[in-house]
Design a binder for this molecule. Structure first.
Ligand SMILES: [Zn+2]
Ligand SMILES: [Zn+2]
Length: 408
C-alpha cells in the first residue's frame, strides 16, 4: 500500500486523527469528582449503544476518553485522594476490561480504513485511466481524420482510374457504382475488367485501413456509486418533540414567576440515524435569577441507567433575560458537547417569547471553552463565534416527550 503521511485518507492518518480526538479530556476542578465518575458511566452506556449500532469510531472515542479520564486526568482533581476507594478501583478494573475491546476496535477500524483507502486509490487510478483514455481518444480522432482524408484521396484515384479503364472497355461489364467492389475481386464472378485493378498494388488500401480501431472506452464499466465510498462523517440530527419547550415552561412556571431559573436534562435514544429526545429529566436543583445548579445527580443517573437513556443536552429558562448563552452556560454546555458533539442547549426566555437552540462551534468554540479556566460570569471574545444556533435540530410535532420531575 502506498504510504503518504499527508494523505488524509491514509489509514495511519485517520487513526491518528481519531486518537487525537479521543485525548480531548479535561478536568474542571470546580466540579465535584463524583460527577466524573457518573459521566464515566454515561460514557460506557453510550459506548454500548454505539456498539450495538456498529458505530466503532464513536465507541473507540468514548472508551479512549474513559481510559484517559480514569487512568490519567482524574488524578489532577483535588478531591481524588479522598474519593471512595471502591469507586476508584472499580473504574480501574473497567479500564482493564476495556483495553482488549479497544484493541479489537482499533483492528476493526484499521482494516476498515485500509479497505476504504484501497477503494480510494482504485478510484484515483480509475480517474487517471479515464483521463489517459480521453487523451487517447482525442489523438485517435486526429488519426482517423487524417486516415479519412487519405482514403478520400485514394477513392478519388481509384475512381479516376476506373473511369479511365471504362473508357477502354465495354460499359456493361463494369460495376462503376461502387469502387470498393474492386477489392473483393477474388470472387469467381468478378468481371475481367476488375482483375487488372485488383492485382495492381498501387490501388490497394493501406494496411491501417483494415486495422481495427483502438477500442472505445466502455463508459458503462465505470464503477457505480462512487460516493458511497466516502464516509458520512456528518452529525446525526437531533429530533426535538414539538411540545417539549411548552411542557417544560409549564413545569417551570412557578419558578419563572419568582424570577428563578429552572433546568432539565434532555435525554433520549438513538433511532436509526438520529438521536431522539424522549425525556426531559428535572433533577433536584437550586436556582437563582441567572443560574441553576443541579444537586443530587445520583437520582438522575439512576433513572437514566434504568431506562437506558443517553444525555443529548440540557434545557433551562432565563426568567427575566433574553435567550442567549451566558459564559457560565457555555462552560456547562462544553462538558455536554465534549461527551457528545451533537449535544444541544435549549434556552427559553418566556418574557421575550424566545426559544433558542444552541451549540458550541465544533471547529472553535469547544476547544476554546475547554481551555478557558476562568470561572463565574466572565467575558469571552465574540469573534470567531464560540457558539451558534444548532443546525442539526429537527422539531417534530408528533414525537412524544415525557417530563420526569425528580426534584421531590
Ligand atoms: Zn443561561
Ligand atoms: Zn470561559
Amino acid at each position: 500500500m502506498a504510504s503518504s503521511s499527508l494523505d488524509p485518507r491514509h489509514p495511519d492518518v485517520r487513526l491518528k486523527a481519531l486518537n487525537d480526538l479521543s485525548g480531548k479530556v479535561s478536568i474542571d476542578r470546580s466540579f465535584q469528582i463524583r460527577l466524573y465518575f457518573n459521566s464515566g458511566n454515561e460514557m460506557l452506556r453510550m459506548g454500548r449503544l454505539f456498539l450495538k449500532e456498529r458505530n466503532y469510531e464513536k465507541v473507540y472515542i468514548l472508551y479512549m476518553r474513559y481510559v484517559t479520564l480514569f487512568l490519567e486526568k482524574i488524578r489532577e482533581h483535588p478531591q481524588y485522594k479522598e474519593a471512595d476507594p471502591a469507586q476508584k478501583s472499580a473504574v480501574i478494573k473497567t479500564c482493564k476490561d476495556i483495553f482488549p475491546v479497544l484493541e479489537d476496535l482499533k483492528n476493526k477500524l484499521k482494516s476498515k480504513y485500509e479497505e476504504e483507502y484501497l477503494a480510494v486509490l482504485e478510484k484515483r487510478e480509475q480517474q487517471k485511466k479515464e483521463e489517459e483514455e480521453a487523451e487517447a481518444r482525442r489523438s485517435e480522432g486526429k488519426r482517423l481524420e487524417f486516415q479519412k482524408s487519405l482514403e478520400d484521396r485514394l477513392a478519388e484515384k481509384i475512381q479516376s482510374k476506373l473511369s479511365e479503364m471504362e473508357e477502354r472497355q465495354s460499359p456493361k461489364d463494369t460495376d462503376k457504382s461502387n469502387p470498393m467492389s474492386l477489392r473483393v475481386s477474388s470472387s469467381p464472378t468478378a468481371t475481367p475488367a476488375t482483375t487488372p485493378v485488383e492485382r495492381n498494388s498501387q490501388f490497394s488500401l493501406p494496411e491501417s485501413f483494415n486495422e481495427p480501431g483502438i477500442p472505445m472506452v466502455d463508459r458503462s464499466n465505470k464503477p457505480h456509486g462512487l460516493f458511497s465510498l466516502e464516509r458520512n462523517e456528518g452529525f446525526k440530527k437531533i429530533i426535538v418533540p414539538g411540545a417539549l419547550t411548552l411542557r417544560f415552561l409549564e413545569l417551570a412556571k412557578s419558578n419563572t414567576e419568582r424570577n428563578i431559573e429552572t433546568c432539565g436534562i434532555l435525554a433520549g435514544r438513538i433511532t436509526s440515524n438520529n438521536f431522539t429526545i424522549t425525556h426531559v429529566l428535572i433533577p433536584p436543583q437550586r436556582g437563582t435569577s441567572d443560574s441553576c445548579l443541579t444537586e443530587d445527580e445520583e437520582k438522575l443517573f439512576l433513572y437514566q441507567d434504568e431506562h437506558d437513556l443517553i444525555t443529548l443536552g440540557w434545557i433551562h429558562t432565563h426568567p427575566s433575560q433574553s435567550s442567549f448563552m451566558s459564559s457560565i452556560d457555555l462552560h456547562t454546555h462544553c462538558s455536554y458537547q465534549l461527551m457528545l458533539p451533537e449535544a444541544i442547549a435549549i434556552v427559553c426566555a418566556p418574557k421575550f417569547g424566545e426559544v433558542g437552540v444552541f451549540s458550541l462551534t465544533n471547529d472553535y468554540g469547544v476547544d476554546f471553552i475547554a481551555q478557558c479556566k476562568t470561572t463565574g460570569f466572565h467575558p469571552h471574545p465574540t469573534s470567531p463565534p464560540i457558539y451558534e444556533e444548532s443546525k442539526h435540530v429537527i422539531f417534530e410535532d408528533k414525537a412524544a416527550v415525557k417530563i420526569v420531575d425528580l426534584r421531590y
